[in-house]
Design a protein around this ligand. Structure first.
Ligand code: NAD
Ligand code: TYD
Length: 353
């Protein structure tokens, strides 16, 4: 029986990773450590919460004393580290939270892992989940990001994640801690907090609210279905090589405006109303400061080394995702807390709708 600590498991990607590990590894005890910030929601794990191999621990990864005690008590064999502050717009409004959790929190965790196993790391692994945003912004004709692309983060979110990637790698070279880092493109799917583009657009269409497009809507993201990301993480955790970095992507670059119009038309179709109804809600707003133009991931290293490719094509994935949000109104209403409403008002208060 192996003990695996998954951090941030009550969040969007973390909940899918926990489900994937629970379903595929009956011989693991899975511990979900999560602070339950506005983005953490145990509803995301209702279907597996009574599994005898699943345990939830509420706590902050940046709390040094608590984390060291946790490792002393449980001696986790492996860590899959996802806990983070994740929304770029929030990182512009309150960067301190991002430095505390993403940078300091990652340091506290890997340092506790090192202290726990000291010089004997046989069969142990610290897996750090990161983002393609650490590589910065591509122009339309630049080649895709590869693992050796120089880091060039441009938001407090991506800068704090970049720092955490460097710290994790430094523990491999300096202390021989077995680590793996993966950098993934934008995820979409069920259970994503509706501050991110896709669930925000679906929810606003449902509520007949305007659909804010930053700038001209020409920014490009490489979208990957969240279940495919969870599958990649599980594959890399078991078959990847310590000390290595793996890029994960969807081979699916799309402009924001094209995603939004596609969602508009699909929702109209699913609600049996005239196509074009939802598009009328599209509103161009002031651009995000430092808005990265394009992200695109070359994942050939992962494909060639471990045989992983995305399984869900975007048309199916986005259709299933829209169905999930339309069918889970209660989930949506519950996660839109007072905190989120206040933030939303602040974010858009000076934008020209
Ligand atoms: P999320 O915001 O949905 O969830 C983050 C989770 O971390 C929440 O459950 C929250 O409660 C928890 N958390 C936050 N601060 C914490 C702390 N101090 N201690 C313990 N728990 C804390 O995020 P997500 O979109 O699921 O992203 C998960 C990870 O994947 C992040 O590390 C992110 O950088 C990375 N990632 C995300 C994407 C994406 O498109 N969403 C893409 C690539 C990589
Ligand atoms: P987001 O989901 O915040 O992910 P990230 O910034 O990490 O890529 O945003 C995806 C893209 O959508 C990004 O180019 C910003 C844009 N966007 C909008 O145009 N309007 C919005 O309301 C949001 C939240 C994002």
């Amino acid at each position: 029986m192996k003990r695996i600590l998954i951090t941030g498991g009550a969040g969007f990607i973390g909940s899918h990773v926990i489900r994937t590990f629970i379903n595929r590894h009956a011989d693991y005890e899975i511990y979900n450590l999560d602070k339950l910030t506005y983005a953490g929601n145990l509803e995301n794990l209702r279907d597996i919460e009574n599994n005898p191999n699943y345990f939830f621990i509420k706590g902050d990864i940046a709390d040094d004393k608590f984390i060291n005690q946790l490792f002393a008590d449980y001696k986790f064999d492996g860590v899959v580290h996802l806990a983070a502050e994740t929304h770029v717009d929030r990182s512009i409004l309150s960067p301190m939270d991002f430095v505390k959790t993403n940078l300091l929190g990652t340091f506290v965790l890997i340092n506790a892992f090192k202290n726990c196993w000291k010089d004997n790391f046989d069969g142990k692994l610290f897996y750090h989940v990161s983002t393609d945003e650490v590589y910065g912004s591509l122009s339309m004709h630049d080649k895709k990001f590869v693992e050796t692309t120089a880091y060039d983060p441009r938001s407090p979110y991506s800068a704090a994640k970049a720092g955490s990637d460097h710290l994790v790698r430094s523990y491999f070279y300096t202390f021989k801690v077995p680590v793996i880092v993966s950098n993934c493109s934008n995820n979409y799917g069920p259970n994503q907090f509706p501050e991110k583009l896709i669930p925000l657009i679906i929810n606003n269409i449902r509520n007949n609210k305007s659909l804010p497009i930053y700038g001209k809507g020409e920014n490009v993201r490489d979208w990957l279905y969240v279940g495919d990301h969870a599958d990649a993480i599980e594959t890399i955790f078991h078959n990847g090589t310590a000390g290595q970095t793996y890029n994960i992507g969807g081979d699916n670059e799309m402009r924001n405006i094209d995603i939004v119009t596609l969602i508009c038309d699909l929702v109209d179709q699913k609600l049996n109303r005239e196509i074009g109804t939802a598009r009328k809600l599209i509103t161009y707003v002031k651009d995000r400061p430092g808005h990265d133009l394009r992200y695109a991931i070359d994942f050939s290293k992962l494909k060639n080394a471990l045989g992983w490719t995305p399984k869900t094509n975007f048309k199916d994935g986005i259709s299933q995702t829209i169905d999930w949000y339309l069918n889970n109104e209660v989930w949506m209403n519950n996660v839109i807390s007072g905190d989120y409403q206040k933030y939303y008002e602040l974010q858009y208060s000076n934008q020209n709708y």
